[in-house]
Design a protein around this ligand. Structure first.
Ligand code: RM4
Ligand code: MN
Length: 386
């Protein structure tokens, strides 16, 4: 039992986002932090620290153009030198004045062409870095009834997706992310998993849905969506984070660790944890008031803990209770696993792997945090203009 759980946990991989290391904030204020990276290279260096102490976060997602460099192959080599790899390429078609009325669904064909050209550029970045995943999130939508034609915007979206999908190589995927609302408040062009799924179905097998855990209405049963998409073979990736209200981007497992457990249980019970399943378990977070590298380490550990609990579920007992209609018994099997303290097991696992049993303490002791404050005293920190 313990051996099976440890084997599965050793194989687990979690991808970290480059943008978690830069300064971020709310629309009210960005609180700058000392030692924040100034370049994509420095963001990758910070991400490598998270992998060094957790052992399960070897890839870093990039956001283009936030992480634009002249030589992407060189950036990939830089990552490899630090013991990590470039993961998903996130296309950013929302931070340009041209996109006031949308990007790929904009009423102006010139702006639509510009947005699609950027998506194709992102595939070039994938070719140069060896990345296999293109993640698309569109800020597109409308604020006022009558502002634009809802149906025609879907046609424009489909057209942009077609062109992008056609450009992908055989081993590359298009991952389509949905979000209920914001920045548009009346209609959003990809507001829910159903819309994303319908577009993916039309595109083909290498188009899959991304579930950002912060992008749902309160009370949405996310594990149902996980189960449905897994069954349909269309779950491409997660953007893990926590929400109390909307797209809060707080640390995963902080607001509702039980929900995270329920999600990971669906993954484990569908045998989809291993890398061969093709699901990319990513974080999509911002650390506005807490230190960023420790915030990322904590988040990776939160996913790992939820996974360990999900692996602990006694599936034979659960199946027996389910098949005899033993409602309370079935629920108790799940809750027993959830209430188990898996931290001793994880400490033991890390020690066996030659890692420090306490990654948070290992990072604090490493002196890295103090070093970057000194080394990065000059220059412009990356982020939202802090
Ligand atoms: C969006 C969405 C995307 C992320 C950006 C920064 O709300 O979640 O995944 O890349 O934010
Ligand atoms: Mn996201």
């Amino acid at each position: 039992m313990t051996r099976r759980i440890k084997d599965a946990l050793r194989e687990q991989r979690i991808e970290v986002p480059s943008w978690a290391y830069g300064n971020s904030g709310t629309r009210f204020k960005v609180f700058g932090q000392p030692g924040v990276p100034r370049t994509p290279e420095e963001k990758i260096a910070d991400a490598a620290q998270v992998h060094a102490v957790t052992g399960i976060a070897p890839t870093v997602s990039l956001h283009i153009p936030w992480d634009r460099v002249d030589d992407y192959a060189q950036l990939a080599r830089h990552a490899a030198d630090l013991g990590v790899r470039i993961g998903t390429i996130n296309a950013n078609v929302f931070s340009d004045d041209d996109y006031r009325l949308g990007s790929v669904t904009n009423p102006d064909p010139r702006i639509r062409r510009k947005a699609v050209a950027h998506l194709l550029d992102c595939v070039d970045v994938m070719d140069a870095t060896g990345s296999t995943d293109l993640k698309l999130w569109f800020a597109d939508g409308t604020n006022y009834p009558g502002q634009d034609n809802i149906r025609v915007r879907q046609d424009r979206l489909a057209e942009a997706l077609d062109v992008t999908y056609a450009r992908l190589g055989e081993h590359q995927r298009l991952l389509l992310e949905y979000k209920l609302f914001e920045p548009a408040f009346y209609t959003t062009d990809v507001p829910d998993w159903g819309t994303a799924y319908a577009h993916c179905l039309r595109l083909g097998e290498r188009a899959q849905v991304v579930i950002d855990t912060g992008h749902h209405a309160p009370g949405t049963n996310i594990e149902f969506i996980v189960a449905f998409l897994l069954r349909a073979g269309r779950l491409g990736a997660f953007d893990f984070n926590s929400r109390f209200y909307a797209d809060d981007d707080l640390m995963v497992g902080a607001a509702d660790p039980f929900q995270l457990f329920r999600i990971m249980f669906e993954i484990v019970s569908a045998d989809a944890l291993q890398q061969a399943s093709g699901i990319n378990f990513m974080l999509d977070q911002c650390h506005n008031i807490e230190p960023k590298i420790p915030g990322q380490i904590r988040s990776v550990l939160n996913v790992q803990e939820a996974t360990a609990k999900a692996l602990l579920v006694d599936t034979a007992a659960l199946a027996a209770a389910q098949s005899t209609g033993d409602v309370l018994g079935a629920n108790a099997v799940l809750m027993d696993a959830y209430h188990t303290d898996v931290r001793p097991l994880l400490r033991e696992l890390r020690a066996e792997q030659g890692l420090d049993p306490d990654p948070m303490a290992a990072y604090a002791r490493s002196g890295y945090a103090e070093r970057i404050v000194v080394e990065r005293a000059d220059g412009q920190p990356a982020g939202w203009g802090a």
